[in-house]
Design a protein around this ligand. Structure first.
Ligand code: AMP
Ligand code: ZN
Length: 666
């Protein structure tokens, strides 16, 4: 028993340490694979011994916890905002004011830091463990986002070194450009509206209910302030260094300087360099370094008197708005794009800028021919931030968002609470039709090798591909004459399509792209109804009786199957021989397993626990989680739970070791 506890402890310590080396120090000492193996071991042990649960175990990083409602909690120490300025003269005035309080001849050191543009967060640590994460909120109270924050790898769940037993630390959660641009590229491919900027995206991510989704966002957290009573430091810069030694991510861009001129140098230095940072900053924060001096200076109602933010002007140019085009994505979302008179910003020529949605156009009160301000941060697509209306002619035409789809002409709709307009003509609208085909061939659906997005759009343009059924009508001699099509690629394509007929029913069902029917739901529906025919005939009530199927999904299914075009499509797919029902697995049934109940416990050498369970199920056995009189066999690996063993012995249930199991299945 104690052995297991020791093992779990050792794994946790090792994983915390490796996490720190990888994410904070950037000096990993083991491979990603080895890390994953250790994590898996720990996950298995934790599943086996839930009594040793630890809310700060490294396994919490992958998320899974769901926050239905973010509780509002008061800050122990208020979270102030910062006074800010865009001018050096004002900074000099600030220094004068400080000197009036501290004395003209006093030595004042300044901690100069980057002003990270993200979401501020306050983390509470007790005995070196993260116990709470709050947003700034209104400064006196914020929302508890602890579960989501634990998925951010640069935030330590356990501290090292000589940390105080109880303290708070503040920092900024940011989304670096790379992650932001990647998310937007993915959204563009799916035809979903783009995110405006990394800050909003980070903030939205932290308010997702499902923490496993947060875990997938490459969020980062930089720490910049300690809060607490009796902190073991006497200056801000020391606080940064201490925090770093306890395992926090504190960028080494911070600099301690001893004059206001040196502050200006720091500002100058980053004015250019910030453009090459992998994340966005919107300025510099200057803080009086000594805590005793900070105390003397105190706070205004909103901000400390001992700190000042110097903000950089964003790089902006002006140009002329020539027109607005509208793009229809694969989901039918319509995005307005400004056509600009070409202009150079940060060394690249810009001709287009995103306008996001109708509200944005309305807010800017855009007219054709307007002189507009265009800004480019690190994001790929520049944006229009303002209009110079002094240049506007009297009869300039106001930009009105379109009412009909530019691709298919059907009226656009905008749902309550949504910013985006949609074209709902999903079966006829060209980009949406193509989107459906692309979804169908995707890796998680039919996974058709040799066929990619570009080929689909080529075949579509050639009139060879109008629906997913057309895939199965393609003939080599039709494709061969097309651009960039060699004999080999055509053979691969046709073979890939042919092979897709073997994909199981659940994948076909997911591939149909029925609204709200994701991968998991498709699997559950396939299992429950066994065939597309049964599914088509199911009533709303019958659909609702399926695991995880709610009103929204059930209605969407009924609507889908009541459309004659969809019915025809399914008939065609049936004729082509796609799997539209679950295949019998009878040939696999194993006489020693069939109808028997198994408990699987412990860690195995030749199997992961999941694989072992799958194998038992594939032989016709069923898996149960706890030992009872109905259990037929226990398959026990290393470190089987002692209570399980005792119970099994008491009930006289045979316990199979891994070796026994292997000979049992023969
Ligand atoms: P503002 O939101 O413009 O009032 O600026 C104050 C915010 O700047 C704080 O709430 C922090 O979220 C953020 N900030 C970013 N970097 C720093 C830093 N190095 N020191 C203090 N605050 C920072
Ligand atoms: Zn349309």
């Amino acid at each position: 028993m104690t052995q297991v506890v020791e093992k779990i402890k050792a794994l946790r310590t090792a994983l915390h340490e490796h996490n720190h080396r990888y994410y904070i120090l950037d000096q990993p000492t083991i491979s990603d694979y080895e890390f994953d193996q250790l994590l898996k071991q720990l996950q298995q042990l934790e599943a086996e011994y839930p009594e040793y649960h630890d809310p700060n175990s490294p396994t919490q990083r992958v998320g899974g916890g769901v926050t239905k409602y973010f509780e509002t909690i008061a800050h122990r120490f208020p979270m102030y905002s910062l006074s800010n300025t865009y001018s050096k003269e004002e900074l000099e005035l600030w220094e004068e004011r400080i000197r009036k309080v501290l004395g003209a001849e006093t030595e004042i050191a300044y901690s100069c830091e980057l002003k990270f543009d993200g979401v501020s967060v306050s983390l509470t640590y007790e005995n070196g463990e993260l116990i709470q994460a709050l947003t700034r909120g209104d400064g006196t109270q914020g929302d508890a986002i602890t579960t989501n924050v634990k998925t951010i790898k640069t935030i330590p769940l356990k501290l090292k070194g000589d940390f105080p037993s109880f303290f708070e630390i503040r920092g900024e959660i940011i989304l670096p450009w790379e992650g932001f641009n990647k998310l937007n590229e993915e959204r563009a491919v799916k035809g979903e509206p783009l995110y405006m900027n990394p800050r909003n995206t980070a903030s939205g991510s932290l308010k997702l209910q499902d923490s496993s989704l947060v875990a997938q966002r490459p969020l980062n957290c930089f720490l910049y302030a300690l809060a607490g009573d009796n902190l073991p430091v006497s200056s801000q810069f020391e606080a940064l260094e201490k925090a770093r030694s306890w395992g926090f991510k504190v960028p080494d861009s911070a600099k301690l300087v001893h004059s206001i001129d040196a502050v200006f140098e720091f500002i100058q230095h980053w004015e250019e360099k910030r453009k090459f940072l992998p994340y966005e900053i919107d300025g510099i924060v200057i803080k009086v370094d000594r805590l005793s001096q900070q105390q003397e200076l105190g706070f205004t109602a909103k901000a400390p008197r001992w700190a000042m933010a110097y903000k950089y002007q964003a790089e902006q140019v002006t140009t002329v708005l020539q027109g607005v085009q509208y793009q229809v994505g694969r989901t039918g979302a319509v995005t307005p794009v400004a056509q600009l008179e070409p202009v150079v910003i940060s060394g690249t020529t810009v001709k287009r800028a995103s306008l996001h949605n109708a509200d944005q156009i309305e807010k800017l009160d855009l007219r054709l021919g307007d002189r507009v301000y265009v800004e480019k941060g690190g994001e790929i697509i520049p944006k229009i931030t303002a209009v110079d209306s002094s240049h506007r002619g009297a009869e300039a035409a106001k930009v009105h968002f379109i009412s009909h789809c530019p691709e298919c002409g059907s009226p656009l709709e905008r749902e309550e609470g949504e910013a985006q307009h949609y074209c709902k003509n999903e079966l006829e609208c060209p980009p949406q039709k193509m989107g459906k085909i692309q979804h169908f061939i995707g890796r998680k659906a039919m996974d058709i090798e040799g066929l990619g997005a570009e080929t689909v759009s080529l075949l579509y343009q050639e009139g060879l591909l109008n629906s997913i059924a057309d895939l199965y009508r393609l003939q080599p001699e039709q494709i061969l004459p097309l651009d960039r099509m060699a004999e080999k690629s055509v053979t691969n394509l046709i073979e890939g399509i042919e092979k897709s007929k073997e994909q199981p029913f659940a994948k076909v069902l997911f591939g149909l792209g029925i609204r709200f029917v994701g991968e998991t739901i498709a699997k559950k529906l396939a299992k429950q109804f066994q065939s597309i025919t049964a599914l088509q005939e199911a009533s709303l009530e019958e659909l609702l009786a399926t695991d995880d199927v709610g009103e929204r999904i059930a209605k969407s299914l009924v609507e889908y199957f009541s459309n004659p075009k969809n019915k025809r499509l399914i008939l065609q797919l049936q004729e082509f021989g796609l799997q539209l029902q679950e295949v019998e697995k009878e040939q696999l049934l194993h006489p020693s397993f069939s109808g028997k109940h198994f408990v699987v416990s412990g860690v195995f050498e030749g199997y992961s626990r999941e694989d072992l369970k799958k194998e038992i199920e594939s032989y016709g056995g069923s898996i149960v989680s706890s030992v009872s009189s109905k259990t037929d066999f226990i398959v026990a690996g290393n470190g089987m739970g002692p209570s399980k063993r005792a119970k099994a012995e008491e009930l006289g249930i045979p316990i199979l070791s891994e070796k026994d199991y292997n000979s049992f299945k023969g």
